[in-house]
Design a protein around this ligand. Sequence first.
Ligand code: JHZ
Length: 406
Amino acid sequence: MNCHICGSSEVKPFLSLGETALANSYLTEEMLAVPEKKFPLEVAFCGNCKLVQLTCVVPPELLFKHYLYVTSTSNTFRVHFTKYAEDVAREFSLGKGSLVVDIGSNDGLLLKGFQKSGVSVVGVEPADNLAELANKDGVETINDYFNDEVVDSLISSKGKADVVTANNVFAHTTTIHEIARNVKRLLKDEGVFVIEAAYFVNMLRDMTFDGIYHEHLFHYSLTPLDYFFRMEGMRIFRVQVVSSHGGSLRVFVKKAESNRAIDASVAEMLENEKKLGIHDFKTYEEFAGRVYINRDKLVKLVRSLKSQGKSIAGYGAPAKATTLLSFCSLGSDVIDYIVDDSPLKQNLYLPGMHIPIVSSEMLDRKQPDYLIILAWNFAEEIMKKTRNYAEKGVKFIVPVPEPVVA
Ligand code: JHZ
């Protein structure tokens, strides 16, 4: 295969998580009778631009047309995206007369934050259900992919944008070259493109390999992103690490011709990544070795509790639970049910392992001995809301960075 950023054929696989079901394709009871589609989940490294990427690309229509992940479900994200909008509006002096366009705008949470500053907003969201939700909620949303036609119509109806955002979507599509070209067209001369994407350096450090699933085609460090935007006539002028999804990059990008100064944070992070071995294949091979060790530890822990007669349930049915439990072959024989507070996921089954997803009322009806926190990025929020069960003796298992009973 050739690299999705630079086209090089120097792409070498380093980790295989087997064949897994699509992590956000939750199943109804009727669907359990039909064989589920599974796809290889293998990760490779490009020796030229240093991009970590999946070797199997699943057609986007299978992934994003109907999407059950609603950003506003978690309080942590409500706070995160509201603050994000406030910070960007303040920093780039946005207000009445400014335009912000969000790519993959989900239920419109980030854009609602910008609306508070008087900014005009438009979301672009391919999932029918989410676009409808956002429109009903007063956030104008185009139900489509961010493509040439959508950008032509945005420019003619709304004019050029001050800021374009793309959060947790830039790793999800092979059309990033087309997106970048269209962002460049849509932005004013001094406009800013802000993206958030999970930071691969944190995955390496914290062993959060369950973030690997078919939607996440790319696992970015700053090095390949810097290469990519240079190819597209743009420049990263500032970078931060923010806390979402176990650590994400927030990258600020300008047109190459723009007068904005380039912050020292960019060179510093690129240098740090070199020191951390982001350029070396060996780093990735070692990571893969540690992934297999952690899998064996989690399987041993859960299976030994089960053999002692303990009951185990999960909390949170994030997409990453499908990777973790499929890779560990932990199914409904060991995990009785998974609680998820999103009503859209309740009464469905986890892809791959077919564990039933239920509301938190189940914890009263069938209190488990152990709760494995599958949405570990919200461990604090989840432990807080289940404190009364902890007081009644329920113990928590946190799977990363190393499986432990907390
Ligand atoms: P959460 C999503 O992945 C999807 P996921 C997406 N593909 C992506 O790129 C990544 O984010 C980065 C539940 N929950 O956010 C809600 C409770 O039930 O970790 C969610 O189902 N109660 C866009 O799916 C899940 O946990 C709670 O109190 O891995 C969390 O999913 C809280 C806090 C969460 O994303």
